[in-house]
Structures are given as structure tokens and as C-alpha cells.
Design a protein around this ligand. Structure first.
Ligand code: SAM
Length: 238
């Protein structure tokens, strides 16, 4: 329930130093610091689960800040611990180790949040350049469809935080859910479908399809995967 969820009143009130200590100084710190405080979270993995996508992308894009949003407390804690352990491990590697090339994982973090309610509390208008919805919960029954993470109403929220030209990725093994998400995205004036050919060979899409825990499970079971990606249109008033 909501009262257990911690979220800022607005994005400007969010203290990111806890999540990305190499990029943001803590508000209480009085000493001058070399930290720039200029970076912003650019990629969000909504319903990140156990964090497989983030752990795959973090070393591939070491200068991009990425955040998982996950509603389950225990799962969020798991990802938090996973990131902390990886940061520590990487920092202790000998300088000649090839694993060093994976960097320090300082660009990745996770937050416990109900993304359906509070995504706009964390990100300002047009802040994100990528938003991922990977193997979201299907909520099969008709009367439960409004609980789905992509609904016409919520698309307005996602369009708000996504910058024009930014990309929204969906991957699922549930055909009915794929059709539902694609239908509503296609119907939304701010989302333009990206033809699948345009994305073949795209390393980020490949990671989105294969590196999450759910995606790996589907692979083990030889299940199908449906992909639909959309570009955020320019704002009509611009
Ligand atoms: N994306 C991950 C993967 O591919 O392995 C996890 C997929 S899992 C089926 C869906 C995840 O979304 C669950 O971990 C669930 O707790 C999370 N979730 C559901 N509703 C959410 C919400 N409103 N905000 C944040 N996370 C949510």
C-alpha cells in the first residue's frame, strides 16, 4: 500500500546521491566536492524484477544513468544488494583483470516504487530517453486489464517523462498482452511504432529480449517472445 512507499513530491526533491554516489553529492555534505551533480537518470526499467537488464546494460553504457523501478520490497532489496556487491567486487579487482572493463556499476540503481502511480514524481518532463516494459505481469482476465502496466491513461504519464525521440520498449511472452500493449501504443498520438527491421541487431533490444530473469526463463522453456517498440513523437505544440 501507498503509505509504505517512499517517493518525492516532485523530481526536484529527489536526492539521487544515495543511488549514484559517484555522480551526486549528498545534500548534507558541506565540503566542496569534485562531483558534477549534472547527470540525470536517462533510462528506466519499469518492473525490473531481479535486475538482469540493468546489470547487462550498465557496463555497456557506463556513462548513462539507469534505474530499475520495482514494487516488491524483497525484490528491490535483492537488486540493491546485487548492485552493491557488484560495485564492491569490481572495485577490488586487480588492475590487470579483464573484468575491470565492466566498469564500476556506478551508473545503475534501483528504487522501490509503484511506477503506475509515481513515475512523474521521480522524473521530470522529457527526462528519459529509454523506458523498458519487459515481461510485465499479464493480468489475464478482462476485469483485471486496467491493472496492466500499459493502459491508455498511463501512456500519457510515460509520454510525459519520455523525451521526444526517446524509445519505449515492450517485450512479452504473452501474445494477448502484446496485442493489448501494441494496440494502445499504436492508438496514442505521441507514440510512433518503430518497424522491427529498424531494430534488428540493436544491442539494447537484444539485451531487453534476453537478459532479464523472465526473458531467460522463457528461453529455457522455448517460449515465444513478442516485441513492440515505439518512438516518442515531437510535442505537437513545438
Ligand atoms: N522485467 C523483469 C523480467 O523481465 O524479469 C520482471 C518481470 S515480472 C513478471 C514483473 C515485475 O513487475 C514484477 O517484479 C512486479 O513486482 C513488477 N511490478 C508490477 N507492477 C509494478 C508497478 N506498478 N510498479 C513497479 N513494478 C511493478
Amino acid at each position: 500500500v501507498d503509505h509504505e512507499l517512499d517517493y518525492p513530491k516532485s523530481p526536484s526533491e529527489m536526492d539521487w546521491s544515495y543511488h549514484y554516489p559517484k555522480y551526486f553529492t549528498h545534500p548534507d555534505q558541506t565540503e566542496p566536492s569534485s562531483i558534477q551533480n549534472e547527470k540525470k537518470v536517462e533510462w528506466a526499467d519499469v518492473g525490473c524484477g531481479f535486475g538482469g537488464l540493468l546489470m547487462a546494460l550498465a557496463p555497456m553504457f557506463p556513462d548513462t544513468l539507469m534505474l530499475g523501478m520495482e514494487i516488491r520490497m524483497s525484490v528491490t532489496k535483492y537488486v540493491t544488494d546485487r548492485i552493491a556487491a557488484t560495485r564492491q567486487y569490481q572495485s577490488m579487482l586487480p588492475s590487470n583483470s579483464t573484468e575491470r572493463e565492466n566498469g564500476e556499476y556506478q551508473n545503475v540503481s534501483v528504487i522501490r516504487a509503484n511506477a503506475m502511480k509515481h513515475i512523474g514524481n521521480f522524473f521530470e518532463k522529457g527526462q528519459l530517453s529509454k523506458i523498458f516494459f519487459l515481461f510485465p505481469d499479464p493480468h489475464f482476465k478482462n476485469r483485471k486489464q486496467k491493472a496492466r502496466i500499459i493502459t491508455p491513461g498511463l501512456l500519457a504519464e510515460y509520454a510525459y517523462v519520455l523525451k521526444p525521440g526517446g524509445i519505449l520498449y515492450t517485450v512479452t511472452d504473452v501474445k494477448d498482452l502484446h496485442e493489448w500493449m501494441a494496440l494502445h501504443l499504436n492508438n496514442h498520438p505521441l507514440f510512433i511504432p518503430i518497424p522491427n527491421e529498424e531494430l534488428t541487431g540493436d544491442a539494447i533490444l537484444e539485451a531487453a529480449r534476453t537478459s532479464t530473469e523472465e526473458g531467460k526463463k522463457v528461453e529455457r522453456n522455448k517460449g515465444d517472445k513478442w516485441v513492440a517498440c515505439f518512438r516518442r513523437a515531437e510535442n505537437p505544440e513545438d
